[in-house]
Design a protein around this ligand. Structure first.
Ligand code: FNR
Length: 345
């Protein structure tokens, strides 16, 4: 895979040198032969922007609102596991950068710090969960996230079983090292649970979750337009077109290739977001033009964190913001909403 250019890609940076190669492969890797991992980026590289000219667009306005939260730009932080393995500042460090940048961080169920500590940064948080077959326990996790101030739930539905991560298998990397834990997997008595993945889960599980919380629910991992329609019918509030950054089904469709059909199926009823392979402002513009309300970035944030802690994440976000602003100007748009699908070839 290619990694973001710029500061985060310089091999001589202290954070980068310090990243344990086993953990680096955990962050970088995908499932199987990593075809989908590579294809997410390639599919963006094969999209071409058709600029409009002389539209008098003026200064850009990147602001976006999602479920009542105002963001300074339509770029969010995707949920990724184990931030303390990238940098001692961990998820709290990432959240500080999100707060400074004025965007949303989606906190992974596999975070290595408690949601309460992450929320104390003042960042806007959404909580990601893998649907848990023990629904009492799941309600406990959701309630805790809501009490901490999370404003939406992101339910990851592309993981009925764990992807075959061959890099991790080669390294024998399975669990967090001693001294680290998935702090949001504690039950009411403080005991740690394992994250369960259950191939038996179905839409009824989503219905019960829907009935159990007032938080907006987004489903993450939708690629098929029929699943997008079903999600709307089941009262879901938003979708994230995602293949888990190529870490689950190797051979799954690239996300930007899946986006147009999902957008058509949803027909403006709920917001559609996208993640996977977004590396440059031009990628953001392509996704927005094809109908995404916003995008999320996963690995670029991890590399920023590893290279420079909260400041490194901030650099990644500000670089994306600058590139997005610049690309919008060159494409003849003032706001993301000015873009249209006929501007992508
Ligand atoms: C992830 N992703 C992920 N997704 C999720 O729902 N829960 C999780 O705990 C994780 N953990 C995770 C760890 C690591 C190291 C990576 C790289 C990814 C998937 C993530 O949310 C997102 O879908 C992808 O990372 C997006 O692709 P890019 O931006 O990394 O190409």
């Amino acid at each position: 895979m290619t990694e973001p250019d710029g500061a985060a890609n310089r091999a001589d940076l202290p954070g980068r040198v310090a990243l344990n190669p086993v953990h680096r492969d955990f962050f970088a890797g995908g499932a199987g032969e990593e075809r989908t991992l590579r294809r997410n980026e390639e599919a963006f590289a094969q999209r071409w922007i058709v600029p409009r000219v002389l539209r008098g667009a003026g200064a850009r306005d990147l602001r976006t609102t999602l479920f009542g939260t105002d963001l300074t730009m339509p770029v969010l932080i995707a949920p990724t596991a184990f931030h303390r393995l990238a940098h001692p500042a961990g998820e709290v460090g990432t959240a500080r950068a999100a707060a400074a940048a004025g965007t949303i961080m989606v906190l992974s169920m596999a975070a290595t710090q408690p949601v309460e500590d992450v929320a104390a940064t003042g960042a806007h948080l959404w909580m990601q969960v893998y649907p848990q077959p023990d629904e009492d326990f799941q309600r406990h996790v959701v309630k805790r996230a809501g009490a901490a101030g999370c404003r939406a739930l992101v339910v990851t539905v592309d993981s009925p079983v764990l992807g075959r991560r061959e890099r991790d298998r080669r390294h024998g990397f399975r669990d967090l090292p001693a001294g680290f834990a998935c702090e949001n997997m504690r039950d009411a008595d403080g005991r740690l649970r394992d994250i369960a993945m259950d191939p038996a889960l179905s839409w009824e599980h989503i219905d019960r979750l829907r009935a159990s919380t007032g938080l907006p629910i987004l489903l993450k991992g939708i690629l098929h337009p029929q699943d997008a329609r079903l999600a709307v019918e089941h009262g879901v509030d938003g979708l994230i077109v995602s293949n888990h950054g190529g870490r689950q089904l190797d051979g799954a469709l690239a996300t930007v290739d899946a986006l147009p059909a999902v957008v058509r199926a949803v027909d403006n009823r709920i917001p559609v977001l996208l993640d996977g392979g977004v590396r440059r402002g031009a990628d953001v513009v392509v996704a927005l033009a094809l109908g995404a309300t916003a995008v999320l970035v996963g690995r670029p944030v991890i590399w920023g964190l590893a290279a420079g802690g909260p400041g490194g994440v901030r650099d990644v976000l500000e670089t994306l913001r600058d590139e997005l602003d610049h690309t919008l100007a060159l494409a003849g748009a003032r706001r993301p909403a000015d873009l249209s699908a006929d501007q992508v070839a």
